[in-house]
Design a binder for this molecule. Sequence first.
Ligand code: F6R
Length: 583
Amino acid sequence: MCGIVGYVGEQHPKEILINGLKKLEYRGYDSSGIALVGDKDIQIIKALGRIVNLEEKLEKSKVVDSHLGIAHTRWATHGGVTEANAHPHRVGKVTLVHNGILENAASLKEDLIKEGVKFNSDTDTEVGAALINKYYDGNPLYAIKKATSKLKGSYAFGVIFDGDPKLYAIRKDSPLIIGYGKDGNYIASDIAAIINYTKEYSLLDEGEIAVLDDEKIEVFSDGKMVTKKKITATITAEDADKCGYDHFMMKEIMEEPKVLANLFERYSDFDKLPDLSKYKEIHIVACGSAMYAGIVGASLIEEKCNIKCYVECASEYRYKKVIYDRKTLVILISQSGETADTIAAMRKAKDEGIETLAVVNVETSTIARECDNALFIGAGVEVAVATTKAYILQVAMLSMLVIRTVNDKKALKEAKKIPGLLNNILEHKDIFEGVGREIYKVRDAFFIGRGIDYAMCMEGSLKLKEISYIHSDAFQAGELKHGTISLIEKGVPVFAIITDENIKDKTESNVVEVKSRDASIYTITNDDTVPNHGFRYVVPKVSPYFQALLLVPVLQLIGYYTARYKGLDIDKPRNLAKSVTVE
Ligand code: F6R
């Protein structure tokens, strides 16, 4: 989703802001823009597409002398991908960038038009700028407070007022941090954007207004100045670098053994983990891959702990009627900790007085801070839009919760071996390059499996479709006959995942059904007695706690190489955003 970076200080902001935008690219965007405050005027430059286009435009322009600027990557929500809709937006004396969605923008806009305001874009953001301008009578804090009190929805704003050398920021339901530098101060959507300049930052809390100048940052809450807790970032500049890999996605897949070993080590004293047996019911709520990780976990929770476990996508859960048993635990899974639907689902459970537990990567995120308890997976920075190392850790974290609940100490010994096994699979990654080469021209692909294998099929299918743009679906192998088998035709790749000993013969018989309709079969199994119908990859057999983990890199690499053969922008697939901070 949209990215914000702002700077005020001794340096010229241009380079700082462009570098910041590049570090925010992973969030997903389709246009970008920058505003530089000059002596006489504010220079605004916008470009469609990649940030290099903005850089080119800046190079061709006579850039003003400046010490204050804001910049933005836009992921279109209100209004198409046009320069007019790109940020920053300027209305009257106000120039701003925005991340979020102003839900009542349409009605506010009508009123503002009646009052004579002229709009130049289709965005909700311009309405925000117009509203702040309306209330601006020389007092920025008053204007921001008054305008935001009228807004519904989510926003992180970076705001500049004509003739005022300061930078202002406020947020609600969209992330924004303030960074303390040596020769100036910063605002940013996340610390990665400014990590090359400072490691010291604070999280801006909901409703607080930050006022930055080149020497200090003041934060006000309800008109009173507050002292912010400073955080030292643990990420390094290297985290936001490809380190020799062609893509962040490959770098992050290759990091899986290391981060997995760290997670097992961190939670080896498993008594510190929550014991799930005290709950009658568990709801796992998340979005996308995080939800698929939840499905793997739910299967283990039910199988091993005998606790009813439901998995729901957060965008449904937040609006549906949920009949809670008082002894329910709601587990929210999120890499970013900022996914709008997952945050809403968490708040719904909390409002009902139901206990919440986060399985989260970003330790300073909203979900990490608001959940009753949080388990941090420690994936480090994940830059590629498609999640890889965070997904495997989400699955591993749920496995650890199950192991703790059933108090299986033997499993902890086995856990130590898993990173090494994963490493062996990654050492043979060329095998999956071969699969990518074979399938990259196909129109459709299917994944079939049963039980946990089906949960893995869903993730494998999502990985393939989101980065290679090949239509892909996951089916429960036993359901094929009830309609979907009509999609099977000559040469269509069908990936069959077969690791569950109890139902392997059942899935294999479904494989034979699609094979006899001339599908190309790619079997991924942990059992070398499962027939090879052309391609078969055998992962080591381990206990059910860990079996899914060994399938993860296989599925991710198939998606990766397929997209690579298609020559696609693997780290930034079209239309997708890393952190889905709006509904
Ligand atoms: C897919 C992917 C997404 C995320 C989903 C939830 O590769 O990355 O499906 O898993 O958007 O994001 P988080 O985990 O940040 O809540």
